[in-house]
Design a protein around this ligand. Structure first.
Ligand SMILES: Nc1nc2c(c(=O)[nH]1)N[C@H]1C(S)=C(S)[C@@H](COP(=O)(O)OP(=O)(O)OC[C@H]3O[C@@H](n4cnc5c(=O)[nH]c(N)nc54)[C@H](O)[C@@H]3O)O[C@H]1N2
Ligand SMILES: Nc1nc2c(c(=O)[nH]1)N[C@H]1C(S)=C(S)[C@@H](COP(=O)(O)OP(=O)(O)OC[C@H]3O[C@@H](n4cnc5c(=O)[nH]c(N)nc54)[C@H](O)[C@@H]3O)O[C@H]1N2
Ligand SMILES: [Mo]
Length: 766
């Protein structure tokens, strides 16, 4: 059997693809120019000034481009980055997608468009319905939409036939109301984007330190003497992190970067807030760069453990007082197989030793990581290996040191705190049940991959998406799309048109919502919402811009409308009151969510408050054994069969997940196109191919299905032999649904075994 991505992958703009040399530094004047050009083109002058000046200000809105924290004190007038500005411009666009648009464009026609084209059409303005079998979306009233959802949900034979997906942009208030609704309805089916993102982190950290979140503050980064950045491309995905790295460097820190790609943002930062940065005289970042093979990290960190033991660089006191499992782990890493380490990492032993020396001599180390670590089969084991090294060195719970998983979506961490989790612990469910007077379901729900299987196998029939673009973000595009098409009802609460609106099978609703930048006057009062950043700081966010359409409703309002139409007075939950005044939700959050006592009062403080984190605050570890846990994992060297390569799927500099802002990836030298594969010169030679040739990408999996994505231009690039890279979501058709990280279930987006095949069609003309 085989599946082919037969969607025309390019539009006219894409046929102008140009490839140049990659950049060696990030940001600078160019970043400012790009931000302003995009902002002015999409929003106009007045809105640009208004939006960009309130971004991340204490009384403004929280930037939706990433979860990097805001500095508590010295905020610049323009506390944003190029990609934050792009996100704001994208939301603030003047273009609109209203009923006329849907009347003019039947769904089968829209299906042929790219993600880029779909979102570029503008902001959704009216609630729309597609009745089962119809070719067009047509307008529907809000009440009509809510009634339709209620009818479908109440017709299910079990609440577990419903799936309630969340993308990490939803506010804490929306998330809390949403999970309350799902549980009052009777299911824990709350898959979220975290399942595809940092789930491996949450699993690995909860088990070893007792809290599934990072243990540092921004101040710790500033004070560190060593910052390790593994599997992360901050120049593109967390540009404001570069300011923190710059401060740390000025304070004398060293940076160790570990990545198969020499990302510009790891090499040098030209801070656009400073004249030196604008002049290109920025700060050099990585002091040492380990050009690691994909998935070499588990072996590398076991080697670090080995070398630290050899050097006697053990914080004996910390290990004795705060940890268990040291002896077993130490015995394991002492028996290190160097041949395996060198094969897995592709590094020279001296390089590894020199990096270990940095760890051994550091007094204050911060470990940062992102998708290059979490989206692997053995991701949980790798993260536990970071923890082992941090524990050996006593690097948790002291100033300037700690674990720093860098989250993606701006409120993905907050959503989890609010109970968006298919496996919320009993303690949370007890508190929720006690507050609202009902017995929440206890059986764990479906995560993202299980949700697809449940739809595919007819065990789920309704899919509700609170934001996001599940169809394109999830792995195995053909399987996921077919699964969504088998639903009796799909509901998408969205700001922009995307693939998930077009994979409707039965009835389908598009419910257009306010964005972060927009004024929320639900219930006739000025509402604000709250969010939590990657470092557990919670604060308020309030948009100022005029809504894109008078018909838009807030996420909270929409969810309360759905809940009331579905549950009526069941359990006596005051949905209407919640929507009229979000403070009433915050008071409930304060009584249910640990660490959020007096929530509504605390978020009115300037800068908000930080959630408790026992390992960070007091070196107490709320694990099952009450101490931090060393984990022992077998050293795994993942190999690929002869003639095959391992593909990692990454973001370009001009996208936010499935939202494509433009077709340039300036830092990697790509302009006006996205269908490229970065491949080493050695692999090109070995395969008898050359830079500029076109190939199809084919992946094969144990299910016997051949998955194909067509028409990629080869780009000769400095990536380790055997390791290639291409952009997501175009490559999601290649990732088998069952190819998931052990224990966390995250799709293995950074490890897909592929081969190059002769192009079945030539798609791009140079
Ligand atoms: N502008 C912008 N900002 C964003 C996003 C966006 O799309 N655009 N997305 C947001 C979201 S949801 C997230 S989760 C984050 C994502 O932030 P990142 O994790 O930085 O995103 P990726 O593009 O997936 O980059 C993965 C990095 O890991 C490296 N890598 C891949 N495999 C390995 C490996 O085996 N070992 C090591 N050591 N490195 C490896 C890749 O070369 C790449 O540099 O960014 C958030 N912020
Ligand atoms: N192959 C591969 N696949 C991946 C990844 C990868 O690295 N490689 N990364 C994974 C990761 S880390 C993540 S987080 C997921 C992302 O998965 P998602 O979060 O599901 O996807 P996004 O692309 O962020 O969602 C974009 C849509 O969100 C809607 N939206 C934007 N703003 C708002 C808002 O304020 N409110 C509401 N209600 N809707 C809004 C818009 O309609 C837009 O079309 O993708 C995952 N998929
Ligand atoms: Mo993410």
């Amino acid at each position: 059997m085989s599946t082919t991505d037969d969607r025309p992958p390019v539009d006219a703009e894409e046929s102008r693809l140009e490839v140049g040399p990659p950049a060696t530094h990030a940001a600078g004047l160019k970043a400012v120019q790009v931000s302003m050009t995009r902002a002015l083109r999409q929003m106009g002058v007045v809105k640009t000034a208004k939006n960009l000046l309130t971004l991340n200000q204490v009384d403004g809105f929280d930037c939706m481009s990433c979860a990097w924290p805001d500095p508590q004190d010295h905020r610049h007038t323009a506390e944003f980055c190029e990609n934050g500005a792009k996100a704001v411009s994208w939301e603030g666009t003047k273009d609109r997608v209203g009923p006329e648009f849907f009347a003019a464009h039947p769904i089968p026609e829209l299906e042929r468009q790219t993600e880029y084209w779909l979102e570029k059409q503008g902001r959704l303005t009216h609630p729309m319905v597609r009745r089962a079998g119809a070719e067009h979306y047509e307008p529907i009233s809000w009440d009509g939409a809510f009634t339709l959802v209620g009818e479908h949900l109440n017709a299910l034979s079990s609440p577990d036939e419903a799936l309630f997906y969340t993308s990490g942009r939803a506010s804490n208030e929306a998330a809390f109301v949403y999970q309350l609704f799902a549980r009052a309805f009777g299911t824990n089916n709350l898959p979220d984007c975290s399942n595809m993102c940092h789930e491996s982190t949450s699993v690995g950290l909860a088990r070893t330190i007792g809290v599934g979140k990072g243990s540092v503050s921004l101040q710790d980064l500033h004070e560190a003497d060593l910052i390790v950045v593994s599997g992360q491309n901050p120049g593109t995905n967390h540009p404001r992190m570069l300011s923190a790295l710059e401060i740390a460097k000025k304070n004398g820190a060293k940076i160790l970067a570990i990545n198969p790609l020499r990302e510009a943002g790891l090499l040098k930062f030209d801070n656009p807030q400073k004249p030196t940065g604008l002049a290109g005289l920025g700060t050099a970042l990585a002091d040492r760069f380990l050009h690691i093979r994909s998935n070499g990290d588990l072996a590398l960190w076991q080697a670090f453990g080995h070398l630290l033991l050899e050097a006697g660089a053990v914080d004996e006191d910390f290990v004795r007082r705060h940890t268990v499992g040291f002896d077993e782990w130490a015995a394991h890493v002492r028996e290190l197989d160097w041949t395996a380490v060198l094969a897995a990492t592709g590094l020279a032993r001296e390089e590894i030793e020199a990096a270990a020396e940095m760890l051994a001599t550091s007094q204050r180390t911060v470990h940062c990581w992102a998708m290059g670590i979490t989206q692997h089969r053995n991701a949980v084991a790798t993260i536990q290996e970071f923890v082992n090294v941090a524990l050996v060195r006593g690097m948790i719970g002291k100033p300037g040191a700690g674990l720093c998983p860098v989250r993606g979506h701006s409120n993905v961490q907050g959503d989890r705190t609010m109970g968006i989790w298919e496996r919320s612990p009993d303690s949370f469910l007890d508190a929720l049940g006690a507050e609202f007077g009902f017995e929440p379901p206890r059986e764990h729900g479906h995560d993202a991959a299980a949700a697809v299987r449940a739809l595919r196998d007819g065990r789920a029939k309704v899919f509700v998406g609170l934001g996001g673009n599940f169809a394109a973000a999830m792995s195995d595009t053909h399987v996921t799309e077919a699964a969504l098409r088998s639903a009796a009802l799909t509901v998408q609460i969205s700001t922009k048109l995307n693939r998930s609106h077009l994979t409707a099978g039965g009835d389908a609703l598009i419910l257009p919502t306010l964005g972060r930048t927009e004024k929320d006057l639900t219930g006739g009062i000025v509402q604000r919402v709250t969010v939590e950043d990657s470092m557990s700081a919670v604060h308020a966010s309030r948009g100022r811009a005029e809504p894109a359409s008078p018909h838009l409703r807030s996420e909270v309002d929409i969810l309360c409308g759905i809940a009331a139409a579905t549950l009526g007075d069941r359990h006596g939950i005051p949905w209407r009151d919640f929507a009229r005044d979000y403070s009433t939700i915050r008071r409930r959050i304060g009584r249910v969510v640990p660490g959020c006592e007096a929530y509504d009062e605390k978020i009115t403080r300037r800068g908000g408050f930080t959630l408790p984190h026992p390992p960070r605050d007091t070196r107490t570890f709320p694990t099952a054994v009450g101490k931090a846990v060393f984990s022992t994992s077998p050293l795994e060297v993942m190999t690929v069969p002869e003639g095959r390569l391992v593909l990692q799927t990454v973001r370009s500099h001009d996208q936010f997940n499935t939202t494509i802002y433009g077709l340039d990836d300036r830092y990697r030298g790509i302009h006006s196109g996205r269908r490229v594969v970065f491949v080493s010169p050695e692999d090109l030679r070995e395969q008898g191919l050359a830079d500029g040739d076109h190939v199809d990408l084919v992946s094969e999996w144990e299910d016997g299905v051949t998955r194909r994505a067509e028409g990629f231009r080869l780009v000769s690039y400095d990536t380790p032999k055997g390791c290639v890279a291409a952009y997501y979501p175009e490559t999601n058709p290649l990732i088998p649904l069952d190819s998931q990280a052990l224990e966390s279930g995250t799709p293995t987006s950074k490890w897909v075994v592929v081969r190059f095949a002769h192009p079945s069609r030539r798609i791009m003309e140079p």
